[in-house]
Write a protein that binds this ligand. Structure first.
Ligand SMILES: [Zn+2]
Length: 98
């Protein structure tokens, strides 16, 4: 079975709004890019979908954004990738990065 390639970008730690997990990296399916305000992110631990604010903190998506996400094919692929993504593998990659 083919698996999506995930590119990881490391940044300062931010806590997940749902589970409090310390998120210190973001990933993208096709290229390594740094997140910017308004981008979506998904917690590697609990898979909560959040939005980067102007100050690069996190907030939960608005009701309107949730409806927009339902029609977003890229987000659907990301969530499918996250479901297959092993947190153990992620930590192994992080250890190699340090
Ligand atoms: Zn979380």
């Amino acid at each position: 079975m083919l698996k999506p390639t995930i590119h990881i970008t490391w940044h300062g730690a931010i806590e997940c709004l749902r589970c409090g997990y310390h998120l210190d990296a973001t990933s993208h399916l096709s290229k390594p890019i740094s997140p910017k305000p308004g981008d979506l992110t998904v917690c590697a631990n609990c898979h909560e979908v959040m939005v980067f604010t102007r100050s690069m903190n996190l907030r939960l998506p608005t009701e309107r954004e949730v409806f927009e996400m339902a029609d977003d094919d890229e987000l659907r692929r990301l969530l499918q990738a996250m479901a297959q993504f092993s947190l153990v593998e992620w930590r192994r990659q992080k250890k190699g990065h340090d």
